[in-house]
Design a protein around this ligand. Structure first.
Ligand SMILES: Cc1cc2nc3c(=O)[nH]c(=O)nc-3n(C[C@H](O)[C@H](O)[C@H](O)COP(=O)(O)O)c2cc1C
Length: 330
């Protein structure tokens, strides 16, 4: 009888906990949904920040194209016209004085210079560039491997500035190097030291290609990747509904640390989003046998770098553009 009552009490507590969690999760996800729909850039392109982000995405596509290992002339002509239209429209609405938008013009000029001898005319692009004669072509760095990784033991500001994704892969990353990089990445902080992050290493070209097909962001270089590190975050470590973003915040910190660790070990790597539809997420879990309690956070394609390669410039916002002081700022 006592045992029965004890079990009943436990079941009641668990039922109440579950009901509370469901109520709070609904509230939290409703809140997120409202905030998302009211602010997501794609739905609010009339805002300057959203229009700028659209332009950055547009020039990034071309910048990537300019630095790709298997670059073929004539790439991205649709993207060029799209970017020209975006910049025109931005400048009409918000003015021409924005460094990110100026960089878009510079990337377009670099594209045109590369296509100097292209047989088909590009009248729209030529007129656009002629109207902005003061903006020189962007320079995408061409680097030697030794220089790219030279800041390995330098003070942090230099080391951090030297890290860039690299989409050029020329050889296999030794297993021990992957293990050392992951050991270093585990120094990342996590909420209450719960250490949510896990890494699944994909070491088979067939699995890599299936995964990249679902992901969609590796055209022109994914086929050269030696390994894919699939960083996941264990939802079992999440305790209540207000922590709904924790698997991604903790997983993201781990990814950043892992990127630094890979750079430290001289491994070329490219972070890859995992912004996919639920079906693709489910399929990837099935493909790799990742348990459902692990949310996929990001992928990292990696390989050993060639002797020389191109890197996308990817210029950054100034600190003043990302910083807001609240209260004196003394
Ligand atoms: C969350 C995230 C997702 C990314 N996804 C992709 C991707 O799908 N394909 C790709 O080529 N690069 C991807 N990148 C790499 C970014 O384009 C790159 O980090 C950015 O342009 C800044 O350049 P840097 O890392 O060389 O400084 C991603 C980066 C992050 C942080």
């Amino acid at each position: 009888m006592m045992e029965f009552l004890r079990r009943l009490k436990r079941a009641l507590v668990s039922f109440r906990e579950r009901a509370k969690m469901r109520r709070e999760a609904s509230r939290a996800f409703r809140y997120d949904r409202r905030q998302f729909m009211a602010n997501a850039g794609a739905l609010h392109l009339d805002r300057m920040s959203a229009a700028r982000a659209e332009i950055v995405m547009g020039y990034h596509v071309l910048e990537k194209g300019l630095t790709m290992p298997h670059r073929r002339l004539g790439f991205g002509r649709g993207a060029v016209v799209h970017l020209v239209n975006l910049v025109d429209s931005f400048e009409r609405r918000f003015g021409a004085d924005d460094p990110q938008v100026t960089h878009a013009v510079a990337v377009l000029r670099a594209y045109r210079e590369l296509h100097r001898d292209w047989p088909e005319p590009m009248p729209r692009l030529d007129a656009f560039l002629a109207a902005r004669p003061d903006v020189p072509a962007a320079r995408e760095p061409h680097v030697r491997r030794a220089d790219f990784f030279a800041a390995k033991d330098a003070p942090f500001p230099e080391f951090a500035a030297s890290r860039h994704v690299c989409r050029h892969f020329a050889g296999p990353v030794p297993r021990e190097t992957v293990e050392s990089a992951i050991a270093l990445a585990t120094t990342a902080p996590s909420a209450c030291n719960r250490q949510h992050a896990r890494v699944h290493v994909v070491d088979s070209p067939a699995l890599r290609d299936r995964l990249f097909e679902m992901q969609g962001g590796t055209r022109g270089f994914g086929q050269d990747a030696d390994k894919v590190l699939v960083v996941t975050s264990d939802l079992s470590a999440v305790r209540w509904s207000w922590e709904r973003h924790d698997c991604y915040t903790n997983g993201g910190l781990f990814v950043m640390n892992l990127c630094y660790a890979l750079h430290y070990h001289g491994v070329a790597h490219c972070i890859l989003h995992w912004s996919v539809a639920p079906e693709a997420d489910r399929a990837a879990h099935g493909l790799l046998g990742i348990p459902e309690n692990e949310a996929i956070v990001q992928l990292i394609a990696c390989g050993m770098p060639p002797e020389e390669f191109d890197v996308a410039a990817s210029p950054r916002l100034a600190a003043a553009d990302v910083l807001t002081w609240h209260g004196g700022g003394e």
